[in-house]
Design a protein around this ligand. Structure first.
Ligand code: 6PG
Length: 240
């Protein structure tokens, strides 16, 4: 695994850099295999990136009709619920680009079956995801892999359901597992703001403890791990 830390002056510059890297990687994947699979992260941080990709000056830089959009996780709510990561992605990006969108069926009563069915969708996209976008929660979680949760130990599954999350919103989630994330070609963390600085330090320079800092569990077997940070979020690792 090769890893890289990219530090931009601020969130706006970071989004510009990430969008450019995404365009380059999408073109490379499409040239090599005729398609590009992208797992979107939820939360608030990636919204600016999705809006940038949907903007007139960027939206035609990716052959979206050759792209499969999937989700790193979603909350167990209806797809039009304000808490839904799918709804956030639809409103900021997916309504504006002609990608093939595969949402997690989070409205189903049997979430483990929904997770299993979603795994079949992912495996049908070609064996490993091209890019997985990841956020970093204030507690060190990523996707919906939360500290001290049994989902951190799930093996031989790519998708699993997780009971009520320890952080807002306190609802059930469906999430990619480490097995799925770590099989991907590229895993990109996106973290901005001083509020993330301590957690970025813990994950990158703290003691190795995946139960405590689940984001440490992202270790790609044969892929590229990149941290996209603004100066505020990188403050503590730069000082160290
Ligand atoms: C979710 C996300 C989650 C998110 C982090 C960071 O469903 O909430 O997938 O993993 O990326 O909690 O969220 P912010 O970007 O809002 O800080």
């Amino acid at each position: 695994m090769n890893s890289e830390i990219i530090i931009a002056e601020d969130g706006a510059q970071l989004v510009e850099m990430l969008a450019a890297r995404l365009v380059m990687t999408a073109r490379q994947c499409i040239d090599e295999r005729g398609s590009f699979s992208l797992a979107l992260s939820g939360g608030s941080t990636p919204k600016a990136l999705y809006q940038k990709l949907a903007s007139p000056e960027w939206k035609d830089q990716i052959a979206w009709e050759k792209c499969d959009i999937v989700f790193g996780d979603d909350r167990a709510v209806a797809p039009d619920d304000v808490l839904s990561n799918y709804r956030m992605a639809r409103e900021t990006l997916l309504d504006f680009v002609p990608a093939r969108v595969h949402r997690i069926e989070t409205e189903r009563d049997n979430l483990e079956q929904a997770a299993s069915d979603y795994e079949n969708v992912l495996r049908g996209l070609g064996g490993r995801l091209d890019v997985v976008l990841l956020g970093l929660g204030d507690d060190g979680h990523t996707a919906s892999l939360f500290p001290n949760s049994p989902q951190l130990e799930v093996k031989d599954k790519w998708v699993t359901a997780t009971p009520v999350a320890s952080l807002e919103p306190h609802v059930w989630r469906v999430t990619l597992t480490f097995d799925c994330i770590n099989a991907s070609r590229h895993a990109w963390f996106l973290a901005t703001g001083a509020g993330k600085a301590a957690r970025v330090y813990d994950v990158l320079h703290g003691s190795k403890n995946v139960s405590k800092w689940p984001a440490q569990g992202v270790k790609l077997a044969s892929g590229e791990l990149v941290w996209f940070l603004d100066e505020a979020a990188a403050r503590d690792i730069v000082r160290s």
